[in-house]
Design a protein around this ligand. Structure first.
Ligand code: FAD
Length: 392
């Protein structure tokens, strides 16, 4: 088939590679003028790694990643550990693949290089998809600059603000969740060599939390700080915000949090508002489907946005391969992804509430007794094998 994919982010590129691998021609349409290095840390569990392994990219990704030993959930002021999750060898043995932290730009680059090396057809940049039309056994895409592309089916991997989703499902504005997120990366050599073990430190406190972990073979320290606030509602991955506001948001927090904030470049702190969609009941028509954030944007508390897009890509490929025609293939894909992605969306929202509990005693109890949510995250999230799971 000739398959159009709108959006060459993590989901679009993974889908392109999966589809191309079984002989489909892919046309990727990307609004940006080129592949650009943007973003910061994303987390890749065994569930995502299995698909990337299928694409022959696991070793390349491991070479630029960090495999954390564990994740510690810590009191925001004292640093007392409330709960720990083991990663490292234990995790790899449990799941047959490691848990990795990767820089989004590095993962994106590896996927883009593989696509450029292998694909039968290429990516078109400056192609901002504006709308589509389905006629008979074809679908045509129109771009904002007046170009048209025709294919046998269209995969919308155009992110949380997907225009194709708006046309397919009717406009459903994402809802502001009352959370804003800060992110940045700091060269690790700006901090003492013994600053932190190779772990994820997740400082939790009233209405806020801050996650700190290494990236790029421990050359960088990534931070993401989430704050409940109504003061900012713009969402963009590339919007910088004043460092002083970040500093003020985490005033009085643990010295490690202060050290990372102090080491950040004053003009390199990014802030975006977190929007959510309620899970959709469907996301495919006869020749058009959604994938990744376009289909199931989720809060970052399960650190699973990229992994869900990667799983989608493999299941879409298998469904199109297994079904007798495109329409049934898209239905098969949707049917096998709706429940899992909806559950991740719900679990993310619940985990956010847990992180932000106000009362210190309740917080301790919740993390001690509960452990459940992070525990079930490990089971539910990581055990999924998109290469093998039966789809029907
Ligand atoms: C610039 C950027 C930086 C990010 N940084 C982080 C980060 O630091 N940490 C993190 O956890 N997650 C980050 N994410 C989100 C993360 O990549 C996604 O949640 C996850 O990977 C799911 O990917 P996706 O492919 O569904 O969507 P995305 O990664 O958002 O990709 C969507 C792609 O579609 C393109 N696009 C959008 N609209 C159109 C259109 N109309 N026509 C054509 N192309 C279009 C976009 O330019 C983008 O390349 C970032 C996303 C982006 C786009």
């Amino acid at each position: 088939m000739n398959i159009l994919i709108a959006g060459a982010g993590i989901g679009g590129l993974t889908a392109a590679l999966c589809l191309q691998k079984i002989g489909h021609q892919v046309q990727l349409l990307e609004q940006a003028p080129k592949f650009i290095e943007v973003g910061a840390g994303i987390q890749c569990g065994a569930n995502a790694l299995r698909v990337l392994d299928y694409l022959g990219l696991k070793a390349e990704i491991e070479a630029i990643a960090v495999d954390p030993l564990r994740a510690d959930f810590r009191e925001h002021k004292t640093g007392a550990v409330l709960h720990s999750l083991t990663f490292g060898q234990d995790y790899a043995q449990r799941h047959g693949a490691p848990y990795l932290h990767v820089h989004r730009a590095d993962l994106h680059q590896i996927l883009a290089n593989a696509f450029n090396d292998r694909a039968a057809s290429a990516v078109t940049f400056n192609a901002t998809v504006a709308s589509y039309s389905e006629q008979g056994d074809k679908v045509t895409v129109q771009t904002e600059n007046g170009r048209q592309f025709e294919g046998d089916c269209l995969v919308a991997a155009d992110g949380v603000k997907s225009v194709i989703r708006d046309q397919l499902l009717g406009h459903r504005a994402p809802v502001f969740t009352g959370n804003i997120a800060w992110r940045g990366v700091v060269p690790a050599d700006r901090l003492p060599a013994d600053f932190m073990d190779k772990i994820v430190s997740n400082f939790v406190g009233p209405n806020k939390h801050m996650v700190i972990y290494y990236l790029r073979q421990q050359q960088l320290i990534n931070f993401v700080g989430v704050v409940e606030s109504e003061l900012w509602q713009q969402t963009s991955w590339t919007q910088r915000a004043p460092w002083q506001q970040l500093k003020d948001d985490f005033a009085g927090w643990h010295p490690k949090v202060q050290a990372v904030i102090d080491a950040a470049d004053r003009d390199q702190c990014y802030r975006w508002a977190l929007y959510n969609h309620k899970p959709f009941s469907h996301w495919s028509s006869a020749r058009v489907t959604l994938l990744g954030d376009a289909a199931h944007a989720t809060l970052p508390f399960m650190a699973s946005g990229a992994a869900m897009a990667i799983e989608d890509a493999r299941i879409l490929q298998r469904a199109l391969d297994q079904a007798p025609n495109v329409g049934q293939g898209l239905q098969l894909y949707q049917r096998n992804r709706l429940a899992r992605t909806a559950k991740i969306q719900t679990m993310s929202t619940q985990l956010g509430r847990l992180y932000h509990i106000q009362n210190p005693m309740l917080r301790r109890i919740a993390f001690k007794g509960l452990g459940l949510l992070p525990g079930s995250k490990d089971q539910y999230l990581s055990n999924y094998d998109a290469n093998k799971i039966t789809i029907k």
